[in-house]
Design a protein around this ligand. Structure first.
Ligand code: PMP
Ligand code: GLU
Length: 436
């Protein structure tokens, strides 16, 4: 007979098997992981070209920094939906720049648009649709929220755009029920803006299927021509316009994102606010106060954007041309700071060197040239396609903006890029040479 002590079942010892299986299936987000790896390799003394993380190379506009300093004493918890003056400024910004009919009541402020997108997936019991390629975090967020996700095919020949007929086909194949589409323009990873007629076509499919759309316009103000076209113009009643300070204001580390939510979706804003109140409470007060200055815009912001866009346009165009000359399939970008070259024309030669996938391509590039990038597979492309994303941001953005201001925007030419963006050009040269 076992004694009483032997019969007691001991409780399980805590270990990694206690981690939720959806979390266990994930690894660190590739954008942040490549940044940490690049920094570690640099600390170890290797020459690393940081084209991995997509972070603005420019400083935050000086008067916005001053506004943050002046707000350092702000220590109250702010309203969950955001500082009222900031919600006014964000609604006015969308109205003035894009003609969207929004009021401060339609705005939600969060600690990065990334968090707001995650909360949306948590709150909406909806299937996610995203074009392939798309930014790395949308689908992992769906997993965390226990939603199913569908990648919709696109074609390089069509600038990797989601086409209305492809969206319609995917929606028609799907099971009945609520659906969410995330549409990012200008696009991370390829830098292309979605043309107005395509936006219009997508809007009519979205309306017909009554889906919710997140228009991820985090690079909207970084369109190199200043184009601000949005699907929200054509499908206002079902669209959330997502933006923030991270890219155009170069303040990724400040962690402030904005959602402009159609009044017809107020029920969604209400639900998001409840979850916000139970999770992050409110975004930090000093940054919200400083963000009012950023979103109000004005001549200083216009001047800053004119210079940063000119530099990004010239550099993106030059890098694309260098890669094309090296045999890659890639075109000049329309916005942001990314390129998504396809090295398929070199497939046979690369295969002979043991490189048959985008992940192997990026691993070997980093090992053998020090150029850090991310594989197309991280953005939903098949791993055997030889695509990669590079962020052309490894240069001193403060010096470059000062140089462009000093010499005038018209002087942002090849000689300017040679002087101020040499590291990126060197990285592209190394990459093109290595692949060829
Ligand atoms: N969308 C895209 C396409 C991005 O590249 C990023 C990365 N900054 C985000 C959303 C999230 O931005 P944040 O959380 O900094 O607002
Ligand atoms: N969005 C940036 C990128 O794609 C980095 C920040 C992030 O992923 O959160 O590289």
């Amino acid at each position: 007979m076992p004694n009483e002590q032997q019969m007691t079942v001991s409780p399980p010892r805590p270990d990694a098997s206690w981690i939720d299986e959806n979390v266990r299936a994930l690894s660190a987000s590739p954008t942040l992981a490549i940044n940490e790896l690049s920094n570690r390799l640099r600390r170890e003394g290797r020459t690393i070209y940081k084209l991995g993380l997509g972070q603005s190379p420019f400083p935050v506009p000086e008067h916005v920094v001053e506004a943050l300093k002046a707000s350092a004493h702000e220590n109250d918890y702010l309203p969950v939906r955001g500082l009222p003056e900031l919600r006014v400024a964000v609604a006015a910004h969308h109205r003035a720049t894009q003609g969207l009919d929004l009021t401060p009541e339609d705005i939600l402020i969060g600690p990065g648009s990334k968090e707001l997108m995650f909360l949306t997936q948590l709150v909406l019991d909806a299937e996610l649709f995203v074009p392939s390629p798309s930014w790395v975090s949308y689908v992992p967020q769906a997993r965390l929220a226990r939603r199913s996700a569908t990648w919709i095919p696109t074609r390089r020949e069509e600038h990797w755009h989601l086409m209305p007929n492809a969206l319609a086909a995917a929606l028609e194949r799907a099971e009945a029920g609520p659906k969410l589409l995330i549409l990012n323009s200008p696009s991370n990873p390829n830098g292309f803006r979605i043309d107005r007629d395509v936006l219009e076509g997508l809007a009519s499919v979205a309306r017909e299927h009554r889906i919710v759309v997140i228009a991820d316009e985090i690079y909207g103000q970084l369109d190199h021509e200043g184009c601000v076209d949005s699907i929200a113009t054509f499908y206002p009643e079902g669209t959330i316009v997502s933006s923030g300070l991270s890219k155009w204001c170069s303040a990724g580390g400040w962690r402030l994102g904005t959602f402009a939510i159609a009044p017809q979706l107020r029920w969604l804003l209400d639900a998001l606010s409840i979850v916000a109140s139970e999770t992050f409470s409110a975004v930090n007060a000093p940054v919200q106060h400083a963000a009012v200055t950023a979103f109000r815009g004005g001549p200083a912001i216009d001047d800053y954007l004119r210079h940063t866009r000119a530099i990004l346009r010239a550099l993106g165009t030059r890098c694309a041309a260098m890669l094309r000359a090296g045999g890659a399939l890639v075109e000049a970008p329309h916005g942001g700071f990314y390129l998504f070259p396809d090295f398929t024309p070199h497939a046979a030669a690369l295969s002979a060197r043991g490189v048959r996938s985008s992940s192997e391509l990026c691993r070997r590039l980093l090992d053998e040239t020090g150029v850090a990038t991310l594989p197309g597979s991280a953005f939903g492309r098949p791993d055997d396609e030889l695509t990669l994303r590079l962020s052309y941001v490894d240069f001193d953005g403060a010096a470059a903006v000062a140089g462009a201001r000093h010499q005038g925007v018209a002087s942002v030419n090849d000689a300017f890029l040679d002087a101020y963006c040499a590291r990126v050009l060197e990285a592209i040269t190394l990459m093109a040479r290595w692949v060829a």
